[in-house]
Design a protein around this ligand. Sequence first.
Ligand code: HEC
Length: 149
Amino acid sequence: MRSYAKQVNPAWWKVAVAGLVSVVIGSSTLAVRAEQAKTTKDAVYSDAQAKRGEELYAAQCSSCHAADLSGGGAPALAGADFLGFWDKTPAADLVEKIQSSMPANSPGSLTRAQAADITAYMFKANKFPAGAADLSADAAALKAINIAK
Ligand code: HEC
């Protein structure tokens, strides 16, 4: 019987192998990049910032979300349900949600810096560690930090 396998041009195999190798190298480079992205477990806010956020929260958010962030009429902003909902979401989305739609009775009244300060307080209440630097209010910086439950 005639064997078709023997007729395969050796050069074709070299191209195929080279392609496979570059796919493997490419995906391991991506894996390294993914590891370098920060999460809320990497000390991404400061205690001083969380303190500022706590004052804003008490004045503008606690009436609906409760003093201890446990919610009531409005969703809880700390705990398993909250973290489950926001898990793997960039911090940028949370800051954006707060700045564009909260407080629900006066949306758009917070500056981005104030929304970032309140977010820092929420990170503290969710038991994420504090670090040396503030959580940035910059959208690009916030996109590089994922919320992790
Ligand atoms: C007048 C009541 C009210 C006030 C005040 C208020 N909220 Fe809300 N908030 C709500 C309601 C109702 C929802 C649910 C609907 C929605 O997501 O827009 C909500 C949703 C949220 C969510 C999304 C929660 C989730 O997991 O889906 C966040 C975050 C949030 N509020 C933060 C804040 C912050 C921070 C403040 C203070 C600056 C604040 N809220 C003040 C009523 C309020």
